[in-house]
Design a protein around this ligand. Structure first.
Ligand SMILES: NC(=O)c1ccc[n+]([C@@H]2O[C@H](COP(=O)([O-])OP(=O)(O)OC[C@H]3O[C@@H](n4cnc5c(N)ncnc54)[C@H](OP(=O)(O)O)[C@@H]3O)[C@@H](O)[C@H]2O)c1
Length: 274
């Protein structure tokens, strides 16, 4: 990998929590940071705070609501139009188990909201940015999943028959792992790697506070585990792994099921119009 101060890295969901802290850290280490979020005012404030705190002016705001696949396409188009290279993509943005009171909500495209925001948006963004990542090689795709995983019922992916925010969150997080394993099989690991992780259990962020859970892991641990996948030179060429913090771990068994992987891949392409 290149030194961080020669890298351009897109992090989704930088207006709060883990994404914000990671963006801070990458900027402090001299990377050009493309800081994504959905709220223009908070995003611009975030970028100016990071610039001021780190002295790094190469921090740039990108707005897109990941609950809309059109906005995801616009985000990818903007990155491709404005940046010659992309060395890192961190799929971090997400919603937890209780947003919307834990009720079933839908994205602007009519898809179950947790599946749409946590998984499908990152799927489409990644697929659209792969050619730029390949041109910029060596490059890394890092996806922030969770240990909270639930197998996908392919007869009811949109969870129309009975709904729990916990299950919806869990299936979206497992889908991210499955996407990572597919990408790792498709891409030359000497060019672009794809890895994912559970950053830490109950870090003190908005989604954990909203769930009324007592924080158990400092945010700094999640930042270190994620930063390691983005920037540790010892992981050059290492691809297709799922980590719990810094330890390699085994995800829900469905992630290794070839039929489930094929069904999810085909469904995702169809839902995204790819
Ligand atoms: N916290 C934990 O203990 C924990 C454990 C395991 C995994 N994770 C994973 O870590 C990642 C980061 O979560 P966090 O704990 O840092 O949560 P957070 O503080 O709630 O931050 C989530 C980020 O995602 C953004 N986001 C949410 N919905 C969006 C949308 N529709 N469009 C664009 N951006 C959107 C949020 O934007 P706003 O600021 O506008 O809301 C925020 O920037 C998530 O993928 C989560 O599943 C967290």
């Amino acid at each position: 990998m290149r030194p961080l101060d020669e890298q351009t890295i897109l992090v989704t969901g930088t207006t709060d929590g883990l994404g914000r802290a990671l963006a801070d850290r990458l900027a402090a280490d001299g990377a050009t940071v493309l800081a994504h979020g959905r709220d223009e005012q908070r995003g611009l404030a975030t970028v100016s705070e990071i610039r001021r705190a780190t002295g790094n002016d190469d921090v740039h705001w990108l707005r897109a609501d990941l609950a809309s696949l059109d906005e995801v396409r616009g985000l990818a188009d903007q990155v491709i139009a404005e940046y010659d290279a992309l060395h890192g993509l961190v799929n971090n943005a997400g919603i937890g188990t209780v947003e919307g009171g834990g009720r079933r909500l839908e994205s602007r495209d009519g898809y179950e909201l947790r599946f749409a925001v946590n998984y499908l948006a990152g799927y489409l963004l990644t697929r659209l940015l792969v050619p730029l990542l390949v041109r910029s090689a060596p490059a890394r795709i890092v996806t922030v999943s969770s240990v909270g995983q639930a197998p996908i019922d392919f007869d009811d992916v949109m969870l129309e028959r009975g709904y729990s925010g916990l299950e919806a969150y869990g299936q979206s997080k497992l889908a991210q792992v499955m996407m990572t394993f597919d990408l790792a099989e498709e891409l030359d690991p000497l060019a672009v790697t794809a890895n994912c992780l559970h950053p830490g259990t109950f870090m003190p962020t908005k989604m954990v506070r909203a769930a009324g859970v007592s924080p158990a892991t400092p945010l700094s641990e999640g930042v270190a585990a994620t930063l390691r996948l983005v920037a540790d030179p010892s992981l050059d060429g290492v691809s297709g792994r799922y980590y719990n913090g810094a330890r390699e771990a085994e995800p829900d068994p469905q992630a290794r099921d070839p039929l489930a992987r094929r069904l999810l891949h085909e469904l995702s392409d169809r839902l995204c119009g790819l």
